[in-house]
Design a protein around this ligand. Structure first.
Ligand SMILES: C[S@@+](CC[C@H](N)C(=O)[O-])C[C@H]1O[C@@H](n2cnc3c(N)ncnc32)[C@H](O)[C@@H]1O
Length: 284
């Protein structure tokens, strides 16, 4: 016998067939797995959209996202997990500063360019952390770097979260994750929030990008942060993504993945493991 309605989910009718339809939609669109055990989570995230759409049944909401691309985007926004924080898994930033940054900084000094990709950047804490770490504790250093060809591409699937990322405005509690000296240099207090300094913000280009679809970027990156998104994907999707990430990384470039993620067997030989969930692409 199948449970007809998710536990405590009494406002709207939501049965296993509805869940299966939504799971298929989110898998096809974003590669995200939503097994039957996530039924309660799906209900909780989409019920506000069912309500806002003036509907009373999930079946009608599924029909709506089928015909309405705007509502499809809203549904994906609601279903993605955007949890992140400043300096999350800080060992990656330590590694980058110690092992990648010296050569990249030198290259910038000789008018070279440096390109970094924060793939699945969520609300922006990841690329901003990296920039604050590179800019260091002196404002003068940031002014020097802002005259160089240093760019971070920061992408995510969720439209709503990218709007927050671009704004670069965070609750004080969130901003407290930035080490004090960096926060005092690169964030300013604005009422009950902290704003990322324009010198930092102008180095990041936030773009909407689905990791499963074609990527418009042409060049290669010196480092790619692709953390805590592959956990939502199945093995074939992870493997395809990692193969494409490897192609986009310059030889000797670094790939940082999330703490519970690993490289697929077919991709791993192209990398040397140089730290915890930290990989360097072997030179061709
Ligand atoms: C848990 S957050 C990780 C944020 C950050 N990288 C970190 O480690 O803190 C996962 C992000 O992946 C994004 N995402 C999920 N599926 C995606 C896809 N197919 N393409 C691009 N981004 C995706 C979500 O919108 C979400 O913002």
């Amino acid at each position: 016998m199948t449970a007809a309605v998710a536990p405590r989910a009494t406002e709207f009718r939501f049965d296993p067939a509805d869940h299966a339809a939504i799971a298929a939609f989110v898998y096809e669109t974003a590669g995200i797995l939503m097994p039957p055990g996530k039924m309660q989570l799906v209900y909780g995230r989409l019920a506000p959209r069912v309500r806002a759409s003036g509907l009373t049944r999930f079946a009608d909401y599924i029909a709506l996202i089928d015909r309405d691309p705007v509502e499809r985007t809203r549904a994906i926004d609601a279903l993605t997990t955007n949890h992140t924080s400043f300096f999350r898994e800080s060992h990656h930033f330590d590694h980058f500063l110690e092992h990648a940054w010296p050569a990249l900084d030198q290259r910038l000094g000789t008018r070279g360019k440096v390109r970094i990709w924060s793939a699945a950047c969520s609300s922006g804490e990841e690329p901003y952390s990296l920039l604050m770490a590179m800019f260091g504790k002196e404002r003068g250093n940031g002014q020097r770097l802002s005259r160089t060809d240093l760019r971070i591409l920061a992408t995510d699937l969720s439209t709503e979260i990218l709007t927050a990322a671009k704004a670069g405005r965070y609750a004080l509690d969130t901003a407290s994750g930035v080490p004090t000296t960096l926060r005092e240099t690169w964030m300013t207090r604005d009422g009950d929030a902290a704003q990322v300094h324009p010198l930092v913000r102008e180095r990041v280009a936030f773009r909407k990008l689905n990791l499963l679809e074609d990527w418009p970027m042409r060049g290669r990156f010196d480092a790619i942060f692709c953390r805590n998104v592959m956990i939502y994907f199945d093995e074939p999707t992870k493997e395809r993504l990692q193969t494409r990430l490897a192609e986009r990384l310059a030889p000797g470039g670094f790939l940082y993945i999330g703490h519970s993620e690993r490289l697929s067997a077919s991709v791993a030989p192209g990398f040397t493991c140089v730290g915890r969930t930290t990989f360097q692409k072997v030179a061709a």
